[in-house]
Design a protein around this ligand. Structure first.
Ligand code: AMP
Length: 293
């Protein structure tokens, strides 16, 4: 006989959320937090499980944040799959889980006019191609932190620049939350899981493998002693160009904390890539470590 499915409780107002969490806090439970935009996949669930392994209660927020999308981006067609998401979360039943579904009216009430302006770490790469994106991300994440009051919040390395920016914001603004950044979860063939993968046609899904292949090439080049960043980037780009449909937004080797381009791979270095396939934009990254550790 199959086990009955218990969908996690849903909280829609800040008052409900705060009441429930204050009971948990009273019971000395550590609060873990996983902010998401829904359309959940194994990458999101790995964050939920990481939280459940060290926290007494986990809050998962599902909110497609309008302010982090540009006017010509995919906000209106971003997948919204609440029923599926709740069933996916029901499989994470190790410790109590709450789902927070904030409403637009409470996130951005009429007259809303206060923003988090992120610093230089938000300027290059995604920041340059998606102006205003990280301002929207930083603002919504700070608001969610203030609403949930988590002890620990979990983010994916998949969005490397975002995770770097959140760490910076937490340090800069003395936010009382610990940040954990968890490894990117991939499909068996290496494609990084993403809510946007579902937009890919079957042909583009195959072509998308070139992102992971180019990151593997970078790792191999570093392992074989190549240290010149321009040479590595050129070889990655050449590999991506073997797929004529793939349009490169950027390929970069950067300092893992400041995200400034590096000339040489001496210490840990992040390889960041963004590629468009059809109407879908994919990002991926890997940390290169010349010491091999
Ligand atoms: P999103 O719903 O795309 O805003 O993502 C919510 C969180 O899940 C972010 O911290 C992402 O970095 C993380 N995430 C997304 N995809 C993956 C993945 N493939 N592996 C690990 N974490 C991920």
């Amino acid at each position: 006989m199959s086990r009955p499915i218990h969908l996690p409780p849903i909280l829609e107002t800040l008052a409900e959320l705060r009441d429930t969490l204050s009971e948990m806090r009273h019971a000395q439970k550590r609060i873990g937090f996983v902010p998401t935009m829904g359309a959940l996949h194994e990458g999101h669930l790995s964050l939920v499980r990481a939280s459940q392994a060290e926290c007494g209660v986990t809050v998962v927020s599902i909110y497609v944040n309008p302010t982090q999308f540009g006017p010509h981006e995919d906000f209106s067609r971003y997948p919204r799959t609440l029923d599926f998401d709740l069933h996916a979360l029901a499989t994470c039943d190790r410790t109590p889980l709450l789902v927070f579904l904030p409403k637009n009216e409470s996130m951005y009430p009429e007259g809303f006019s206060t923003w988090v302006e992120p610093g230089p770490v938000a300027e290059p790469w995604e920041g340059q191609i998606r102006p205003g994106h990280f301002r929207g991300v930083a603002t919504v994440v700070l608001k969610l932190f203030n609403m949930v009051g988590p002890d620990i919040a979990y983010f994916g390395q998949k969005d490397y620049q975002q995770a770097t920016l959140i760490r910076r914001m937490v340090d800069d603004l003395n936010l009382p939350v610990k940040i954990r950044v968890r490894p990117t979860v991939r499909e068996p063939d290496g494609l990084a899981m993403s809510s946007r993968n579902r937009y890919l046609s079957p042909e583009d899904r195959q072509r998308a493998l070139v992102l992971w292949k180019s990151l593997c090439l970078a790792k191999e080049l570093v392992a074989s002693g190549q240290r010149d960043a321009a040479t590595i980037v050129a070889q990655m780009e050449d590999l991506i160009r073997t797929v004529p449909e793939a349009r490169i937004d950027y390929v970069a080797l950067v300092d893992p904390d400041t995200l400034a381009s590096v000339a040489q791979v001496h210490g840990r270095t992040a390889a960041l890539i963004a590629v468009k396939l059809g109407a879908t934009r994919l990002i991926d990254n890997a940390v290169l470590d010349p010491t091999g550790i």
